[in-house]
Structures are given as structure tokens and as C-alpha cells.
Design a protein around this ligand. Structure first.
Ligand SMILES: [Zn+2]
Length: 355
């Protein structure tokens, strides 16, 4: 993406969305002209403000990245896998054997940053990332602690890990069926507070493409009234050669059966391994057009200090490339944010696309 389109995106978002990002966009003659405006998304629903280990990009700097790229809505995720404080590691894959654990520290740090520096021109949704799904005891109590300290602030949960194969060398223990049954108390609390839950659960791997599908289905069958967002549509680096047709058939079946399931298409791995290939797009584009109201976009950027604005800008651009192929209705839902606004019951409305 060239620099002009980034700046154009920022200008556009400022004019298309009202000064108060949560406010409704006034109805007017303006429409979004896809031929003249960037295709990068105005929502980043999957953004980790905390790194695995080491220093984070400061909150004000990161929110500046959003502003400069035209992103106006974002989820403030912690990270579901933190390295020990005494580790020199910033990325878990570089340190096999070092145990990673979810922690409340990130959620507290994000909440504090939000209170101290809440930007008025961005709509940020604070998310709880602390739960260890394989050890659900105590999740409800900790949710209540966060609510007591920061009343009404946390409106999302995730990304939390059900099965993440990339972490298996770092002591990550996938949740099993018995653990999922034990989620009941906190899942009830999420329902009562209308909080969506974003779950990272690998669909499978190049040995067995659907090895872990039964676990995700167990969640959906057991908790049909929880709003569940499936991160990356189950894809990962470990599953690089899934047949897109088979993948889409699985997703359609789950979406048709589970009305409260949404899909997250964040992470550049989806583009690099799938969306970049015309044969794969022939399957995914009609599917995304059909289910756009239930699809959320995001970068999956992780704010470790070894990255900078260029990295964020590139990840936003790459994860937005699929937007170019969407029809106008799907573009409005996904890239212009309508599906996200609806999921969070925001009063915002995406501009209509010029015909
Ligand atoms: Zn993530």
C-alpha cells in the first residue's frame, strides 16, 4: 500500500465516521467510493496491546498507529501466553521449553492505559485475556475482580486458547471435554453481560486437517447461547494445505447450525497461505460475501517493542487485501465495520458503498 492511501484512509475515516466514534453516522449524500478510497479495514478486532515477553509498544504510540492508518475501532487484547518475567524471550517459538501462562497482569496494564490515555477519536474495546481454558477454576472470580476494579470497562473476552499447537512446546495444555464442561459458570456470566468470547482453536494440522474440530464443536454444542468468535477460522501455520472447499464446507455447516458463532479472519497467515491464491479465493470470496455479517477483520498484531509503525501498517494492509475481492455489501460489513458494530451493539453505522 502506498503512503497516500494510508493518509487517505485516515481522512476518510474521520469524515465518514462522526467525531464521536460510537455515535451514529449522520445520513447524508456521502457514500464510500471504493475506487477512490483505500481497501484497508477501519476495524482491528484482533490487536494484542501486550507482547509475549519483553517491553510493549507504548499505548499512545500504538493508538497513533491506528490513527495514521485509518483504523478507528479496535479491540484491546492482552495476550494469552506470557513468558516469565525473568525470560529474555520476546517470542515463545524462539524459546521452546520456556513455559508460557496466561496472566491477569496484561489485562490490568491495558485497563490502566485505557483509563489514563483513553483517546477520544478512537473506539477501543477492552478485553479480558487472562483465562486459562484448561484450568477454568477461578475464571469467574477473576472476572468479578476486574469488574470491581474497572466497572463496565471490559466488554470482550479473548483471545483465549483452546488448542494452540504452536504453544505445545511451551507448556500450553489444551482444554479437554471435561474442562469445557467446567466453563459453565463464566460462560453464564459472559451471556448475562453480553460479552463475546474469541477463541483460538486450531482446526487441525497438515497431518490431520480436522484433528481438533470436535473440541470447537463441543464448545458450540454446549454453549449455544454464548457469542463465540472463532479466531482465524481455525487456520494456523500448522495447517498450511487445507483444501479451501473442505474448509468452507465445515464453516458453513457450523455457521448454519450455530447462530451465535462468528468468524475472525485476522492474521496475515490467512493471506499468505490461502487468500493470496486464486484457487482458494474462488472458495473463500463467495463464502465471505454470503456470511459477511458474521465475519470480523483484524491484524493479530502483537505489540512487542521490536516492531514499529511499518510493521503494523504492513500487517493491516496484508490482512485487508481480501477486502478488495468482496462485493459491496460484504465490504461494508467487514472492511467498513458494520458486522463489528452490530456484534457490540454500537450506535455507529458504516457508510454505504457508492454503486
Ligand atoms: Zn491473536
Amino acid at each position: 500500500m502506498n503512503r497516500r492511501s494510508v493518509i487517505g484512509g485516515a481522512l476518510l475515516a474521520l469524515t465518514a465516521l462522526t467525531a464521536s466514534p460510537a455515535g451514529a453516522v449522520p445520513a447524508g449524500p456521502g457514500c464510500f467510493d471504493r475506487a477512490r478510497n483505500p481497501y484497508t479495514s477501519v476495524v482491528d478486532s484482533h490487536l494484542h496491546f501486550r507482547p509475549f515477553g519483553g517491553p510493549a509498544i507504548p499505548f499512545k504510540e500504538l493508538t497513533g498507529y491506528l490513527r495514521r492508518t485509518g483504523v478507528r475501532y479496535a479491540n484491546v487484547y492482552g495476550i494469552g501466553q506470557t513468558l516469565p518475567a525473568d525470560s529474555a524471550c520476546t517470542y515463545y517459538l524462539d524459546c521452546p521449553g520456556t513455559k508460557v501462562t496466561p496472566s491477569m497482569k496484561n489485562d490490568f496494564a491495558n485497563a490502566r492505559d485505557m483509563l489514563e490515555n483513553a483517546p477520544k477519536d478512537l473506539h477501543l474495546t477492552l478485553s479480558m485475556t487472562f483465562p486459562d481454558l484448561a484450568h477454568p477454576d477461578g475464571v469467574l472470580e477473576r472476572m468479578r475482580l476486574l469488574e470491581k476494579e474497572y466497572p463496565g470497562r471490559f466488554r470482550w473476552m479473548g483471545e483465549v486458547n483452546l488448542v494452540k499447537q504452536a504453544l505445545l512446546h511451551n507448556g500450553h495444555e489444551p482444554a479437554d471435554r471435561a474442562d469445557i464442561a467446567d466453563w459453565a459458570p463464566f460462560m453464564a456470566e459472559l451471556r448475562a453481560r453480553h460479552i463475546p468470547l474469541t477463541i483460538h482453536s486450531d482446526l487441525g494440522n497438515d497431518g490431520d486437517h480436522t484433528e481438533f474440530l470436535p473440541l470447537m464443536e463441543e464448545v458450540l454444542e454446549r454453549y449455544p447461547h454464548n457469542r463465540v468468535v472463532w479466531a482465524h477460522m481455525g487456520l494456523s501455520k500448522e495447517l498450511s494445505a487445507m483444501d479451501p472447499g473442505q474448509h468452507v464446507r465445515i464453516l458453513r455447516r457450523l455457521l448454519d447450525r450455530h447462530a451465535n458463532l462468528d468468524l475472525d479472519i485476522s492474521w496475515r497467515v490467512l493471506y499468505d497461505q490461502y487468500f493470496s491464491k486464486p484457487r482458494a479465493r474462488r472458495e473463500y470470496v463467495p463464502f465471505l460475501n454470503r456470511y459477511a455479517q458474521r465475519v470480523l477483520t483484524g491484524t493479530d498484531f502483537v505489540a512487542s517493542r521490536d516492531k514499529d509503525f511499518q510493521t503494523y501498517k504492513e500487517e493491516l494492509e496484508v490482512t485487508s487485501r481480501i477486502n478488495k475481492y468482496l462485493d459491496d455489501d460484504a465490504f461494508r460489513e467487514i472492511a467498513l465495520g458494520q458486522s463489528y458494530f452490530d456484534l457490540l451493539h454500537l450506535r455507529a453505522a458504516a457508510p454505504r458503498v457508492c454503486r
